[in-house]
Ligand binder design. Structure first.
Ligand SMILES: Cc1ncc(COP(=O)(O)O)c(C=O)c1O
Length: 367
């Protein structure tokens, strides 16, 4: 039997470990006992409390991060005939939200360091149909919002931040979700905090916030007095109660992620560790290294060593079936898709886990 398959081998370190503890369970049970289960007081409190993360005047809770993006685009008036510039190096939801409102995603290349959209690439794609730009704060690293904001202003474009992976990330002390007309967060279980499923739109614009509240609830503020066409994208109070418990621990968990990342940065020398832009507060939803040669072999070897490494994302969006007709040429995106490898960085890693990850990575061929 090979050494790494021994019965007494330490358990594998998972890529993510969503937390669902007694406090979350108690909060959920309390809601179930109360009978107020959909978009009640827990949702209102969650929205109020999340403004501390987003730094915006308004937060509107919805049932997923994808819904948050989709409703934000609708509320901004983006639809058929419009183009939205998005990075291709992201989860498909970023582009799907654009398509779901009837607009066309136009794919921009990324900056190789931050893995976020390249403002020069965005500028080169602006045309007469461009209505908005959607930077994605990928892996928890903020996109270059100063340059994106400046070019959006120059061309009168709306900015929607996809902050689904970046709860608490900041640039020069300013939180993501507060730079654009709106931001969108996800509370899927593997995110830095979760609510089983859920999402939040953040904005400083009271009119936009009101439209979002209508859109998520069939266009109603008053029951059966429907003002506009809307959907049902409400969050349950059970989800919000779990989200509030998690929110109470977000700072502690973020500091743990950052400390884990610092330990990995200091120990890893066989591959390129993730660079952080000046003034950026990276919240390490993922800790993503580059393995320029034989990445898939490295992935296999790490898994054999019990390290739950993973690839986000092996296929850029512009090469996925629904988008393959775009014909976009994105060399940095293709290179990243071939080279990236994410290592466990979640808050429940022990010092021993971190040593095992460092040793397993350094046992790969040197860069
Ligand atoms: C970058 C990005 N955008 C959007 C989403 C969509 O969020 P959700 O899964 O909550 O719909 C996710 C997460 O899954 C994501 O990682």
């Amino acid at each position: 039997m090979p050494d790494d398959k021994r019965d007494d081998a330490p358990p594998a370190i998972p890529a993510a470990r969503p937390h669902l503890g007694e406090a979350e369970i108690a909060a959920a049970v309390a809601v179930l006992r109360s009978g107020m289960v959909v978009q009640g007081p827990e949702v209102a409190a969650f929205e109020e409390e999340f403004t501390k993360v987003s730094g915006t005047a308004h937060c509107v809770a919805v049932n997923s991060g994808t819904s948050a993006l989709q409703l934000a685009l609708l509320a901004m008036g983006i639809g058929p005939g419009d183009e939205v510039i998005v990075p291709s190096f992201s989860f498909a939801a970023s582009a799907n939200a654009v398509r779901l409102v009837g607009a066309d995603p136009v794919f921009a290349d990324i900056e190789p360091g931050s893995f976020c959209v390249d403002p020069d690439a965005v500028a080169a794609l602006v045309g007469p149909r461009t209505a908005a730009v959607m930077p994605v704060h990928l892996y928890g690293h903020p996109a270059d919002m100063d340059r994106i904001g400046a070019l959006a202003e120059r061309h009168s474009l709306a900015v929607l931040e996809d902050a689904c992976q970046a709860h608490g990330a900041q640039l020069a002390g300013r939180p993501v979700g507060s730079f654009g007309a709106a931001g969108a967060f996800s509370f899927y279980p593997t995110k830095n905090m979760h609510a089983l499923e859920g999402g939040m739109v953040t904005t400083d614009d009271p009119q936009l916030a009101r439209t979002l509240r209508l859109l998520r609830n069939q266009g109603m503020e008053q029951r059966y007095a429907n003002e506009i066409v809307g959907a049902n994208m409400r969050l349950t109070d059970v989800a919000a109660a779990i989200g509030r418990v998690q929110l109470g621990r977000l700072d502690e968990w973020t500091e743990a992620r950052r400390a884990n990342a610092a330990r990995l940065d200091a120990g890893i020398d066989a591959v390129t560790v993730p660079p952080v832009a000046p003034e950026a507060r990276h919240v390490y939803h993922q800790y993503t290294v580059r393995v320029p040669a034989q990445r898939d072999r490295a992935l296999e070897r790490l898994r054999e060593a019990g390290v739950g490494a993973a690839v986000y994302y092996p296929t850029p969006i512009h090469r996925l079936t629904p988008y393959a007709h775009s014909g976009a040429e994105l060399p940095e995106t293709d290179r990243a898709a071939a080279e990236v490898l994410s290592l466990p960085v979640h808050p429940s890693l022990s010092a021993g886990d971190l040593d095992r990850i460092v040793d397993a990575v350094n046992a790969l061929e040197p860069k």
